[in-house]
Design a protein around this ligand. Structure first.
Ligand SMILES: Cc1ncc(COP(=O)(O)O)c(C=O)c1O
Ligand SMILES: Nc1c(O)cccc1C(=O)C[C@H](N)C(=O)O
Length: 400
């Protein structure tokens, strides 16, 4: 495929008009899988929250603006993106904190079982939280997925799409395998939500968490989401028992009594200013067909894989089969870090993940096929010309 072919694809792309919804930076930004770009409507949303709702409405806005229910109402808008039903998702806290709550709740739903199944190459916060939670439950320990699921396992905690490789698990098959042994399945959807259709209900997943600042474009540190299947609400017992999860928070009584439904997964006062950006990011998705997002994502990653195949020293890490691939392409190279730096110096922003992986995220809402072509050209040029050998690119600074 040549550049003209890409321009033709862009002219026929049903998602092309959405690019105008975003402040797309100059150059090529292929890091939307780490931090999505700014939607044009976000500053006005935040300004309205701050100046009108807070500045003018003050305390009354808790009622008049629906602040009290904002975690649940935003959760209901995340739900269709991840195959959840109404009342099964809340937006609150960070992914790490939501992992803590759901993991502990899962262990309490499976008393006597001593194993949390994880993958050692997963995004480390998942492992750190699992370690922390395990430490609170006597006898509980972690086990590698490859070592199997059996009747000792309380919960299987996996990233649906792997942050480093872009590999996607078969959510339904793994969840079924967990259930066959009486274990629960908890999915980290950080690299899936908004990138590809997810069907938590169809997979009969038990719990899920994920962030809103990648493909959902809600900005740095935006609150995360938490899913708990409705069938677990009654019995679920999460340990961050703050007043927002209480059944009658304004009775101000001692003694915790969990709220009904998904609300019991809340802890403290939600970050309303930051949630205005979640609102903006989700609004854009209301007019988006995720099947179209997926089709374009696969076309873009296919193209990048095709155009970078055979580059000297480069090895494809991301799986080739579509059903196993997220919305990024990861390539291994011994000089991965320097190459990424050389690309950034040319305005092509991907990122590096230790020890030797270059990641390129493809976000169908605001990237074009021609961007994929130009990024692959830039990568080929850097490697062919040895531009990354410039000493400027050899220093390892702080990596994001
Ligand atoms: C798979 C995965 N889980 C969790 C996180 C982050 O969690 P938190 O938002 O709590 O920093 C990330 C990225 O930062 C991630 O890629
Ligand atoms: N959450 C991040 C942050 O607070 C600072 C820098 C990067 C991030 C990330 O999101 C990293 C990302 N999860 C990754 O896949 O590498």
């Amino acid at each position: 495929m040549n550049r003209e072919d890409c321009l033709r694809l862009d002219a026929a792309d049903p998602l092309a008009p959405l690019r105008a919804e975003f402040t797309v930076p100059d150059g090529l930004y292929l890091d939307g899988n780490s931090l999505g770009v700014l939607p044009r409507r976000t500053p006005a949303k935040i300004a309205d929250l701050v100046e009108r709702q807070w500045g003018e409405g003050l305390i009354a806005s808790w009622n008049t603006e629906g602040w009290f229910e904002r975690s649940q109402s935003l959760g209901d808008r995340v739900a269709p993106l991840i195959g959840a039903g109404p009342g099964e998702v809340v937006v609150c806290d960070s992914t790490s904190v939501n992992l803590f709550k759901t993991l502990a709740a899962a262990l309490r739903l499976r008393p006597g079982r001593r194993v949390i199944v994880v993958e050692r190459d997963t995004f480390p916060t998942d492992l750190y939280i699992a370690e922390g939670v395990a430490g609170l439950f006597p006898g509980v320990r972690m086990r590698e997925l490859a070592d199997g699921i059996d009747e000792d396992v309380a919960v299987v905690l996996l990233s649906h799409t792997d942050y480093r490789t872009g590999a996607v698990h078969d959510m339904k098959a793994v969840t079924q395998e967990a259930h066959r042994h009486g274990a629960l399945a908890l999915w980290d959807l950080c690299h899936s939500a908004g990138a590809l259709p997810v069907d938590l209900t169809g997979a009969e997943a038990d719990f899920a968490v994920g962030c809103t600042y990648k493909y959902l474009n809600a900005g740095p540190g935006a609150p995360a989401f938490l899913y708990a299947a409705a069938r677990h609400h009654e019995a679920a017992d999460q340990p961050l028992t703050g007043w927002f999860g209480h059944s009658r928070p304004f009775d101000f009584v001692p003694g915790y009594a969990p709220a009904q439904g998904i609300t019991r997964f809340l802890a403290g006062t939600p970050a309303l200013v930051a949630m205005a950006a979640v609102d903006a990011g989700l609004e854009i998705f209301e007019s988006v067909d995720l099947a179209e997002v997926r089709a374009k994502s696969l076309a873009m990653t296919d193209l990048f894989i095709e155009l970078t195949a055979g580059l000297p020293g480069v090895e494809l890490v991301t799986p080739v089969p579509h059903e196993r691939r997220g919305s990024q392409v990861s390539l291994r190279h011994p000089d991965a870090h320097a190459i990424v730096q050389a690309l950034i110096a040319r305005g092509v922003v991907g990122d590096f993940r230790a020890p030797d992986v270059m990641r390129f995220g493809f976000t169908p809402l605001y990237l074009r096929h021609v961007d994929v072509f130009d990024a692959a050209e830039a990568l080929s040029e850097v490697i062919r010309d040895g531009a990354h050998r410039d000493p400027r690119f050899s220093a390892r600074g702080k990596v994001t």
